[in-house]
Design a protein around this ligand. Structure first.
Ligand code: RIB
Ligand code: CA
Length: 321
């Protein structure tokens, strides 16, 4: 394993898929998961992350993070992920729930960054509150992090409002600090994540896999599938999964460099990621690679192939039923 992986997340159905896939990577070793409030309250996102690690099973440590945005009240998304934020699916509690990691997300992430340096890839697939706190607490955090790969924002459009994507909407102040930090950002926004969906045929193929992890994934995606139908989407978008599959197979995606800032003052435009991609007015610095195109069929095929690795050697000590 040449690289190490950190996932900051708010599980969350697509976060859950990202965590399961990450533990089947043949390129990266997950060495830490940190949770943040977003899709659901932090109590749910933290418990969900630990129960997902238990389902794999793995011993990846899960570190608790922010229970609310930097200054705003918390906004959650039960209509997409369910109240408990795993599509209404109850995973068996993990033994680790009796013990709570004492270390906070931002402290653990900084320590990992100091230890692994450029060998550490960091995915941030929820609101960016934990990353912003790490930036504020550790002055050299930005210099140490070679890049940050995020699911968030959109050069065009929004999903929580017409102007904003959910992760950025929840904590726009945190996102603005991240985009202003100087860290090179790889931004997987709605421009590409809405194209990165599973069709009914893909879901059928997942259902034909024999592992408890695949069965959990099928069940967990049902609510998102129904929600996607109400939006007349062609399938179930796996927003967060784009970040991981990019690491696994970079050529799945194509990017354009852009200047990106986040609207924090507006009411209608709260959380909009403003880019210069489509404007005559070009800006500097262009420190963000914005993903715009995905090879969807290859994306879905890689998702299914990596999930199928659980069928071939599932070490799951208990059967998800
Ligand atoms: O807008 C999609 C994003 O919001 C994804 O990260 C999903 O998990 C939710 O957090
Ligand atoms: Ca998420």
């Amino acid at each position: 394993m040449s690289k190490y992986l950190w996932i900051d997340c708010d599980p969350g159905v697509d976060d859950a898929a990202t965590i399961l896939l990450a533990h089947q990577s043949q390129k990266f070793q997950p060495i830490g998961i940190s949770t943040v409030a977003g899709n659901a309250t932090h109590r749910h996102t933290f418990d969900n992350a630990r129960r997902l690690v238990h389902l794999i099973p793995a011993d990846t440590p899960v570190y608790p993070g922010a229970e609310k945005p930097l200054i705003r009240e918390l906004t959650t998304a039960p209509y997409v992920h369910g109240v408990d934020s795993l599509g209404g699916i109850q995973l068996p509690a993990s033994e680790s729930e009796k013990t709570t990691e004492s270390k906070k997300a931002w402290d653990a992430l900084y320590e990992a960054l100091c230890r692994y340096g450029d060998d550490l890839e960091v995915l941030a697939i929820g609101p960016l509150t934990n990353i912003a706190i790490a930036l504020a607490k550790y002055p050299d955090f930005a210099q140490r992090l070679k890049r940050l790969i995020i699911m968030g924002g959109a050069a065009k459009g929004g999903n929580y409002t017409p102007a904003a994507e959910f992760n950025i909407y929840v904590d726009p102040e945190a996102a603005e600090k991240v985009f202003m930090s100087g860290i090179p950002i790889f931004m997987f926004g709605l421009d590409v994540t809405l194209q990165s969906y599973l069709t009914e045929e893909d879901l059928d193929a997942l259902e034909n896999q024999s592992s408890p992890q695949a069965k959990f994934m099928v069940d967990c995606l049902q609510l998102s599938k129904e929600f996607a139908k109400t939006k007349n989407l062609k399938g179930v978008p796996l927003h967060d999964v784009c970040t991981l599959l990019y690491l696994e197979k970079p050529k799945l995606f194509s990017f354009k460099k852009a200047w990106v800032r986040v609207e924090t003052g507006g009411e209608i435009t709260r959380g909009k990621t403003v880019t210069d991609l489509y404007s005559d007015k070009q800006m500097e610095p262009k420190n963000t690679q914005v993903a715009l195109v995905v090879r969807r069929e290859d994306f879905a095929q890689l998702f299914l192939e990596m999930m199928n690795r659980y069928s071939k050697g599932s070490l799951c000590k208990h059967i998800y039923i």
